[in-house]
Ligand binder design. Structure first.
Ligand SMILES: NC(=O)c1ccc[n+]([C@@H]2O[C@H](COP(=O)([O-])OP(=O)(O)OC[C@H]3O[C@@H](n4cnc5c(N)ncnc54)[C@H](O)[C@@H]3O)[C@@H](O)[C@H]2O)c1
Length: 263
């Protein structure tokens, strides 16, 4: 299949965590390519985000869903398949983060982050996979992180959850290759303008390191060989490539780190 956005025209593409930030950017891209987009998020804002895409003349439906609720997730995907047909693409973007010194981490913290980042992803794949297998085609794109590929100070909880996503991706890619379902994940480094970095992590880093948020950003940006952070658009380009093309690519964990991490 060639690198042609029309490849997903009219196809069902589901994006979790798409009320805002990266998930919204991916949903917007899919909708602009003519896909039938379902936007799932536990924030009610997802309804407004989907409405804004419909106002551009695109096909987007917002649904309020907590990805940690297994039964609700399965019911939601069953309803999507009954209404629109098999899921072609599933992007598991819903996630939470935060930094914390290991000795201050609590069981609740570990539970919450793993419930959303790992079990939420598993639930949504369980919701979509049967329709993909029966249709003999599908693209699953999970969200890991640079922090899921290599350890980072103060990121034990988040990093461990994102490390699990890499192996989940590889295991499913092995299991579903014979059904023509491709499973890959993306591993971005810091993406500015997002709820996760600007709204959470940079603040805790600034507090813990005793410096300003701008100093934290400057310190991390200096570490990037290309000299600047990737953008939400850069991440969306990779997700779009994995969706509309990349027919020989499965089980991959693709770094989007400006060269900061290369394995
Ligand atoms: N922003 C970064 O720097 C960065 C870097 C690497 C990886 N990532 C990953 O990219 C993904 C998106 O991150 P972002 O920066 O856009 O985050 P964000 O916080 O801006 O958006 C995450 C979205 O997920 C939704 N969400 C959270 N828990 C949910 C749940 N239980 N059910 C349904 N929806 C839920 C939120 O409501 C929100 O709309 C995450 O998986 C994150 O780990 C982000």
């Amino acid at each position: 299949m060639s690198l042609n956005p029309d490849n997903i025209k009219g196809r069902v593409c589901v994006v979790t965590g798409s009320a805002r930030s990266i998930g919204l950017e991916v949903a917007t891209r899919y909708a602009s390519y003519g896909a039938k987009v379902y936007m799932l998020d536990y924030s009610e804002t997802v309804l407004e985000s989907a409405k804004a895409l419909r106002e551009k003349g695109w096909d987007a439906t917002g649904k309020i869903l907590d990805v940690t609720d297994h039964d609700a997730v399965i019911a939601c995907f069953d309803a999507i398949v009954a209404e629109a047909g098999p899921v072609y693409a599933l992007v598991n973007c819903a996630g939470v983060g935060g930094s914390c010194a290991f000795e201050n981490t609590t069981p609740d913290m570990w539970q919450r982050v793993f419930s959303i980042n790992v079990f939420g992803t598993v639930n949504c794949i369980q919701g979509a996979i049967r329709s993909m297998r029966e249709a003999r085609e599908g693209k699953i794109i999970n969200f890991s992180s640079k922090t899921g590929k290599t350890g980072s100070k103060l990121m034990t909880v988040y990093g461990s959850s994102k490390g699990a996503i890499v192996i989940l991706t590889q295991s499913l890619a092995q299991e579903y290759a014979e059904h023509n379902v491709h499973v890959n994940c993306v591993c971005p480094d810091i993406i500015r303008g997002t709820g996760m970095w600007d709204g959470t992590v940079v603040q805790t880093y600034a507090r813990d390191l005793g410096i300003s948020e701008e100093e934290v950003n400057a310190m991390y940006e200096k570490k990037v060989p290309l000299g600047h952070f990737a953008t939400m658009e850069d991440v969306t380009d990779v997700v779009a490539f994995l969706t509309i093309s990349a027919e020989d690519c499965t089980g991959q964990s693709i770094n989007i780190t400006g060269g900061r991490f290369m394995h």
